[in-house]
Design a protein around this ligand. Structure first.
Ligand code: 13P
Ligand code: ZN
Length: 269
């Protein structure tokens, strides 16, 4: 079957990275059933032939108006599709959409009419925000890591930057590779525009945010970058949990050690 990826190696490379990450999400136990979703902004790879492709779906409302997305194209995981299937067949478990000129609706253009993820309002709001601030980030990831979600069931951890500082202090690399920390978004209905709005409010300060009792959302240069930030946070959560399971409260790196590495790695705060 013909695919939009045929003879477009640069585009195929980005979609293949999504497939690779989808496999990691499944292997990590973060992607039960259809859990989690990925979108990537592929507008830079769009040529005249893609621009001329007809719609293969009805015009569908996003639910919100996103002025920076006019004429943009995204690869999106399909709603109800499994990460473990997407890992092998990305174009059967996801599709490419074109944002229409009203900036409030989209059509699917390739390869098949696979309906995009139910979290599209959050994903597209994040891309709209990133474009607005001139960011070079192209990827957005939502996933369900057991350890990080469990931590959001404990009220004291929901206070601003309590988890950021706790997770940073478990191992030096976490601050180095997730330097903006972990934002917290109080529980909101999945797939809602309210969740999307709360998410972009936190993106001003963070590249990774927790959706209380639901999951994590991360943005990055590409999907590997978004995944790596969640992975280092999850590693820290595992170290915390393992220490607790061994019967003690982990000491964490000291304020002096944190400060020393912040300066040495030239980190923001
Ligand atoms: P989708 O299958 O619609 O992508 O939803 C999965 C999910 O995790 C919703 O938050
Ligand atoms: Zn989810």
């Amino acid at each position: 079957m013909k695919s939009i990826l045929d003879n477009r190696p640069a585009l195929a490379k980005e979609v293949n990275k999504v497939a690779e990450v989808a496999g990691y999400l499944w292997q990590k136990g973060w992607a039960e059933r259809n859990g989690g979703n990925i979108t990537i902004n592929i507008t830079e790879f769009v040529d005249d032939e893609i621009k001329a492709l007809p719609a293969i779906s009805d015009v569908t409302s996003i639910g919100t108006t996103l002025p920076n997305l006019k004429g943009c194209y995204f690869y999106c995981k399909g709603t109800n599709m499994r990460m473990r299937d997407l890992a092998r067949w990305p174009m059967e478990n996801g599709s490419v959409i074109r944002i229409l000129d009203d900036c409030a609706s989209y059509v699917i253009i390739a390869d098949q009419p696979v309906k995009p993820t139910s979290e599209l309002p959050s994903h597209l709001s994040m891309h709209n925000f990133l474009i607005g601030k001139g960011s070079n980030y192209k990827a957005s990831l939502h996933t369900h890591p057991i350890d990080l979600i469990a931590m959001t069931h404990h009220k004291p951890f929901l206070e601003k930057d309590v988890l950021t500082n706790l997770l940073w202090s478990m191992i030096p690399e976490t601050k180095a590779f997730c330097p903006r920390g972990l934002g917290i978004i109080p529980y909101k209905l999945p797939s809602s525009v309210e969740l999307a709005q709360a998410t972009i409010a936190e993106l001003k300060e963070y590249d990774v945010v927790m959706w209380e009792k639901h999951g994590v959302c991360a943005v990055g240069i590409d999907i590997m970058d978004a995944f790596d930030q969640v992975d280092v946070l999850s590693k820290s959560a595992q170290i915390y949990m393992t220490s607790k399971n061994m019967g003690f409260e982990p000491g964490g790196m000291s304020a002096e050690q944190m400060q020393e590495m912040t300066v040495a790695f030239n980190l923001p705060k």
